[in-house]
Design a protein around this ligand. Structure first.
Ligand SMILES: CC(C)(COP(=O)(O)OP(=O)(O)OC[C@H]1O[C@@H](n2cnc3c(N)ncnc32)[C@H](O)[C@@H]1OP(=O)(O)O)[C@@H](O)C(=O)NCCC(=O)NCCS
Length: 230
């Protein structure tokens, strides 16, 4: 299956979803991989993980990027090379146009079951895609304030716990710092599921940082995108 969905989060930020219906071999044949990626792919234990990884490369290629445009830091956070996708925004750029490669493009990646997702933005952000499942509600006391689940139906509780999990994963992906604990350092403020947005705070290293979050239902998943407050 090709690109499944494009979500315009704000004027600088877009998320792209790939519905993985292909087998590993078809995905593998459709992408070019750098040696380090091949090595990672070969080391993955599950086929689901391999498909998720390859589907991210399908998304990159769909957008005019490729695996060679992507690097990872020591912690595993992905970055687009500064010159990635140069001029892809315009077929024939005019001499007065700002070169797109002078704008830093941030990327965040998530995969869950049969979907892979990437988000590209001029702003720093982190994303998470998470399948709705009862297990997230069962483990909720381990990572969130369960008072946020009061007065909700069970399906709403699953949804809200999944959003909060995604909020914490997304903030973790922005910060990319060792030692951040979901229950001890990231605190979600009160919010209504129907609003599709919320705020959260990170208390870490004697600092408090605020985050703004937008969340969406995508098929049987919750998609979360977090931004540091400016
Ligand atoms: C790294 C982590 C955020 C990945 O999240 P996940 O839900 O397992 O997987 P997702 O599919 O959503 O995201 C995986 C992608 O995150 C990105 N990623 C990995 N490490 C990252 C980091 N340190 N910073 C930012 N992004 C990172 C990668 O792009 C990765 O995909 P890829 O390697 O195929 O490119 C997660 O495993 C983690 O370590 N979380 C923090 C630990 C924690 O506190 N856990 C819960 C305690 S209650």
């Amino acid at each position: 299956m090709p690109l499944h969905k494009i979500l315009h989060i704000n004027e600088n930020t877009t998320a792209y979803f790939w519905h993985i219906t292909e087998d590993v071999t078809s995905l593998f044949r459709a992408v070019s991989l750098r040696d380090t990626s091949l090595f990672r792919l070969e080391g993955m234990k599950s086929e689901e993980h391999q498909k998720g990884f390859l589907a991210v490369r399908m998304l990159l290629q769909h957008l005019g990027y490729n695996d060679y445009d992507l690097t990872y830091d020591e912690a595993g956070k992905p970055h687009l090379m500064p010159e990635a996708g140069s001029w892809k925004l315009e077929e024939t750029p005019s001499p007065n146009t700002q070169h797109p490669s002078s704008i830093i493009q941030h990327i965040s990646i998530s995969h869950s079951h049969e979907f892979s997702c990437i988000c590209i933005s001029d702003e720093l952000m982190g994303i998470d895609l998470e399948k709705l499942k009862e297990k997230t509600l069962k483990i909720a006391p381990r990572f969130m304030g369960v008072k946020h689940l009061e007065n909700l139906t069970t399906s709403e509780q699953i949804e809200k716990a999944t959003v909060i999990w995604g909020v914490k994963e997304s903030i973790f992906k922005i910060k990319n710092e060792k030692g951040i604990s979901f229950p001890e350092h990231i605190f979600e403020d009160e919010f209504d599921l129907k609003d599709g947005k919320c705020t959260a705070k990170l208390h870490f290293n004697n600092q408090i940082e605020n985050f703004y979050i937008q969340f969406y239902n995508v098929e049987a998943y919750i998609f979360v995108c977090a931004f540091p407050n400016k």
